[in-house]
Design a protein around this ligand. Structure first.
Ligand SMILES: O=P(O)(O)OC[C@@H](O)[C@@H](O)c1c[nH]c2ccccc12
Length: 263
């Protein structure tokens, strides 16, 4: 069984719990209106960063378990992050929906609930905890289900980051009609990281109105130049920012302009 299979099995249990909570009806707090990730990133003169609050991961183990998610998110926003991602999976990434809520109250930028979505009830929960974007992972579900969850999230006025890892999944993204596609350089089954994934997969997804985000494994400015050259308008960075002693400086390094094409 791959780690992705294990995670998805755990999600089935969580969905049962969520459904039990939500079946009784509940009061939701009024939500902040956040700018659209799509509009903001498409218009930008510089590489945009989705900065991730990530305590731990199955591939790296502990990264920063005791991080204060609010302080971290505020530091990201101050440093110029275009959006913030909060890992909410508890079992494998040591995050929580409470982390998401707390961050939602503290910052006004677009906010991604980073989890493994397999059911509408998780999308409801993400929205209720303040997210304006959800993640859908092509490798996690059959295409019919991806389409249903995509359409559901959009009907709830959420942006969807549709994550792909190879050419076949890129074709799925095209059929689903995803306008924001995340190309994950890390294989969720083997954890192998290769920026060449962005280069290969992006070439299938080039279209002026599609927002391409390169995800995972970026450490230095050269990495960002490489994915920029492949057509990424945004990057999703977790570990490097979680370990950075100077978030502002790391962010400045990554927010390279699009106008200078010279490498
Ligand atoms: O910490 P990194 O290598 O910068 O990666 C961030 C992000 O891309 C990664 O956390 C991620 C991408 N897709 C995911 C799906 C589920 C969990 C986590 C992820």
């Amino acid at each position: 069984m791959t780690i992705l299979d294990e995670i998805l099995k755990q999600k089935e249990l969580e969905v049962q719990e969520l459904k039990a909570i939500y079946s009784g009806g509940h009061e939701a707090e009024p939500l902040k209106k956040r700018p659209s990730l799509y509009d903001q990133f498409m218009d930008s003169a510089n590489m945009n960063v989705i900065a991730e609050v990530k305590r731990a991961s199955p591939s790296k183990g502990m990264i920063n378990q005791d991080v204060d998610p609010v302080a971290q998110a505020k530091a990201y926003a101050t440093a110029g992050a275009g959006a913030i991602s909060v890992l909410t999976d508890r079992t494998f990434f040591k995050g929580s929906m409470a982390d998401l809520s707390a961050v939602a109250q503290a910052v006004d930028v677009p906010l991604l609930c980073k989890d493994f979505m397999i059911d509408e009830v998780q999308i409801d929960a993400a929205k209720e905890h303040g997210a304006s974007i959800i993640l859908l992972i092509a490798a996690a579900l059959p295409e019919t289900r991806l389409q249903e969850l995509y359409d559901y999230a959009r009907s709830q006025q959420l942006d969807v980051l549709f994550e792909v890892h190879n050419e076949e999944e890129a074709e799925t993204a095209l059929r689903v009609g995803a306008n924001i596609v995340g190309i994950n350089n890390r294989n969720l089954k083997t954890f192998e990281v290769d920026l060449g994934v962005t280069e290969r997969v992006a070439s299938l997804l080039q279209q002026t109105d599609r927002l391409l985000i390169s995800e995972s494994g970026m450490k230095v400015k050269e990495d960002i130049k490489r994915v920029r050259a492949a057509g990424a308008k945004g990057i999703l960075v977790g570990e490097t920012l979680m370990r950075s002693g100077d978030i502002q400086q790391t962010m400045n390094q990554f927010r390279i302009p699009f106008t200078k094409v010279a490498k």
